[in-house]
Write a protein that binds this ligand. Structure first.
Ligand code: SAH
Ligand code: SF4
Ligand code: F3S
Length: 439
């Protein structure tokens, strides 16, 4: 049975990328501003927002099983809103398939949630997948309370149309938030307690704008400006596209101390034929040249990437080119995925779809290679001194967990607090984390 009462409590569950994490936080702030309270840990919420991801098939299946699980034993359900990229992609289809859902709202329209909740409480279901001209950012409440590390969306959408990917369809065309808006939100985040800002976007390094003097600026200019904020100690950005790594942004890595030595630069495959079929518009050699240029100005840069195995037509030899690329780069960490055919994308109907067992086998081999690479990177850090930003308590008493400049997870014991920047010496490393002692 679909709920039709005004909600007093809410819970937002976000899936997918950092963009969704950010949107989820903004939705929570919006709901709190409406006088709806976050549901206490473990308690049922009157309103549940599922902030969904459409990137791979499994992510979509999860949405429907989550909706099913929200049904209570007596047959009732909370008020349910489906937001995020599945909402954008499936819209009305969700309404038809899931009768307990009251609201479907896309990633560019969630500032309209309060009006939709009022409608839903009156028994009317609503779908809003507009990509309106007015921007949600102007309609959202100011940011108030954040942890030591905060995300800040500066760019949204994608014009690149990789043949496997739904993002250009679910998030729309590339847009950059204005310089002044980003600067103002950054300032508020720092006032609200953030010490580290991660600038985020589907192609964050495609960000462009005009600075306070009306001069054209790229992401490097924005970072230079934010680096002047007192109280802000670390800046990161993600996700970047190889073709948008400008000379100026590369140079910034050698010049701006607050810009952390970490670069997530997805390549997807080590085979130029596969990259062409993916419409990636870069080659393995242009990618490697970019990494060399970054290393020239910042020799200790930690590199990360995304990989897809089993793209239609990928041969064993082409897959081995991916393994060879992994060996050549020496990544600090990576994400790797089995190709998932997405409805409406060109790759979904290409010849040569790879059998699931073949994909499993390739993914295992790739992940083994990536694990070796991360382990080697972490072992090479042992003995180094660095600052760790404390993010949470560790599992053991007196233990803390934080991030090194190279985005490694670091455990240590001692007198510290959340958000502290602690000097440590790295003493021991595994593939996923390191141990350290305070110095
Ligand atoms: N804009 C970013 C990536 C955003 S999506 C970039 O191009 O670098 C995050 C990652 O999901 C991609 O890098 C890719 O590795 C993976 N991905 C996207 N579509 C996929 C699909 N259909 N199947 C499997 N993995 C996919
Ligand atoms: Fe998807 Fe390609 Fe755009 Fe990244 S660049 S979001 S993979 S279409
Ligand atoms: Fe998923 Fe949408 Fe992000 S599809 S990866 S939540 S942009």
């Amino acid at each position: 049975m679909r709920a039709t009462t005004a909600p007093k409590t809410y819970r937002v569950k976000s899936f997918g990328c950092q963009m969704n994490v950010y949107d989820g936080e903004r939705m929570a702030e919006l709901l709190s501003q409406q006088g709806i309270a976050p549901a206490p840990e473990g308690a049922e919420a009157d309103l549940v927002v599922l902030n969904t991801c459409h990137i791979r098939e499994k992510a979509v299946d999860k949405v429907y099983s989550d909706i099913g699980r929200l049904r209570r034993e007596d047959g009732t359900a909370p008020l349910i809103a489906v937001a995020g990229c599945v909402a954008q992609a499936e819209g009305e289809e969700i309404m038809a398939r899931a009768p307990t859902v009251s609201m479907v709202v896309g990633p560019q329209a969630y500032h309209r949630l309060p009006a939709m909740i009022a409608e839903a409480a009156a028994g009317r279901r609503a779908v809003d997948t507009d990509m309106p001209a007015e921007t949600k950012f102007d309609a959202l409440p100011a940011r108030r309370k954040v942890g030591p590390g905060a995300f800040l969306t500066v760019q949204e959408g994608c014009d690149k149309f990789c043949t496997y990917c739904v993002v250009p369809h679910t998030r729309g065309a590339e847009i950059s938030r204005p310089f002044a808006d980003v600067a103002a939100e950054a300032q508020r985040l720092v006032e609200a307690g953030a010490k580290e800002l991660t600038l985020i976007g589907q192609n964050v390094n495609a960000w462009t704008g005009k600075d306070a003097n009306g001069r054209a600026a790229g992401l490097d200019g924005l970072i230079r400006h934010l680096a002047e904020l007192p109280g802000l100690t670390r800046i990161r950005y993600t996700t970047s596209h190889p073709n948008d790594m400008t000379e100026e942004l590369i140079a910034a890595h050698g010049e701006i101390e607050k810009l952390m030595p970490f670069l997530h630069l997805p390549v997807q495959s080590g085979s130029d034929r596969v990259l062409r079929a993916m419409n990636r518009s870069h080659t393995t050699s242009s990618y490697l040249r970019t990494l060399d240029r970054v290393r020239a100005v910042r020799p200790d840069i930690a590199l990360s990437g995304d990989f897809i195995v089993g793209f239609p037509g990928e041969t064993e030899d082409e897959f081995r080119e991916t393994l060879a690329l992994v060996e050549a780069v020496g990544y600090a960490q990576c994400f790797s995925f089995k190709y998932s055919p997405r409805p409406g994308t060109p790759a979904a109907t290409m010849d040569g779809q790879i059998a699931p067992q073949e994909m499993d086998e390739r993914l295992q081999r790739l992940q083994a290679a990536l694990q070796r690479s991360s382990l080697a990177f972490n072992l090479a850090s042992v003995g180094k001194r660095c600052t760790v930003m404390v993010e949470r308590k560790g599992k053991l008493p007196g233990q803390w967990l934080g991030k090194s400049p190279w985005l490694q997870s670091v455990h240590f014991e001692g007198a510290a607090g959340l958000g502290d920047l602690v000097e440590v010496e790295l003493t021991q490393g595994g593939p996923n984390s390191l141990h350290a002692v305070m110095v």
